[in-house]
Design a protein around this ligand. Structure first.
Ligand code: CUA
Length: 337
């Protein structure tokens, strides 16, 4: 094999592997975890296989024409076959177009209506620059309404009604493993139904350009068995745990005296801020900064002291704290499981 042919083989194999591994994972339309995304994936495969086949046929026909050479179409004996071939190709193109349109419309209809049910769990999602507020309303008992951020937990097997709106500008919620996109528009509520059919963690992403940090506006959907979901919900409904030692108590004091509590809420202490993510159980969340960093002590330290370095333009100002104030604060935040 020549060097050029060998290089070509390596490149082709790498591209194929990249394409195949891109099919799986926690943010992939081709790894559906529910019926809505399953329908979208089926439609995608239908398009790809049909249009791929057409591409191959067209290229083959081109080579056939090139190698067969020029023929004389002014010859009257060739005209009926020529006319027949062109008519067949036009009819076939029209039929294929209609097939694609019908497939798209049926998929759109199934995705928007098939899970609609009043047994669905309602989750309200509000998009802000650049994070997600998540609410679990309880219409029977308002004190059991939960507000959290950047992480949606759902029970496996139960339809979930996502009621979405924009808090400032237009955003778009896209959780590819579960469904298609839905716009979050200020002063309007849009509804989308999803269902996870297997436990897992799926990444969602804002899919509508919404300003400087649009790309750092992610969230995670955690699909759990119903018992584990209920356990999570009950734990989240609790106020923040009391500091269990002097260090955590100091951390709580730092939180209340530093600017933190002007924007952030921690239920159970005098921190009533409403303009930034609720931190009552921040220690239980996977990420900070709306999916931007893993929730570890080191990352949290960097975020608290200067989040502008990580996510320039975000609404949180740098907070300058002495090390013996910062360390207890971090310990306190991490203790809020
Ligand atoms: Cu929010 Cu893009």
């Amino acid at each position: 094999m020549s060097a050029a042919a060998r290089n070509l083989t390596i490149v082709a194999t790498a591209v194929l592997l990249a394409a195949l591994t891109g099919c799986g994972g926690w943010q992939s339309v081709l790894d559906p975890a529910g019926p809505q995304s399953g329908r979208i994936a089926s439609l995608w495969w239908f398009f790809v296989s049909l249009l791929g086949a057409i591409y191959v046929i067209v290229i083959a026909a081109m080579f056939f024409g090139v190698f067969r050479g020029r023929r004389d179409h002014t010859d009257p004996s060739a005209r009926p076959a020529f006319r027949r071939n062109v008519t067949a190709a036009v009819v076939l193109t029209a039929v294929i177009l209609v097939l694609l349109i019908v497939g798209s419309v049926l998929t759109g209809k199934a995705v928007s209506t098939s899970l609609a049910s009043n047994q669905a769990l309602v989750v309200e999602v509000t998009g802000y620059q650049w994070w997600w507020e998540i609410r679990y309303p309880d219409s029977a008992n308002a004190s059991r309404t939960l507000t959290t951020a950047n992480e949606i937990h759902i029970p496996v097997g139960r339809p979930v009604m996502l009621r979405v709106t924009g808090g400032d500008v237009i955003h778009s919620l896209w959780i590819p493993n579960l469904s298609g996109k839905i716009d979050l528009i200020p002063s309007r509520t849009n509804v989308i139904f999803v269902r996870a059919d297997r436990p897992g963690v799926f990444r969602g992403q804002c899919a509508e350009y919404c300003g400087l940090q649009h790309a750092h506006m992610a969230l995670f959907v955690v699909a759990d068995r119903p018992a584990a979901f209920n356990e999570w919900l009950e734990r989240q409904l609790q106020p923040a745990p009391e500091p269990s030692d002097a260090n955590l108590k100091r951390g709580q004091q730092v939180f209340l005296t530093a600017p933190c509590s002007m924007c952030h809420m921690i239920r159970g202490i005098h921190a009533f801020g409403q303009v930034a993510p609720d931190l009552t159980h921040i220690g239980s969340r996977r990420t900070i900064g709306a999916g931007t960093l893993p929730n570890t002590t080191g990352h949290l330290a960097g975020w608290v002291t200067d989040s502008q370095r990580v996510k320039p333009g975000n609404r949180m100002p740098p907070i300058s704290l002495a090390p013996d104030d910062l360390q207890p604060l971090l310990a306190y935040l991490e203790s809020l499981k």
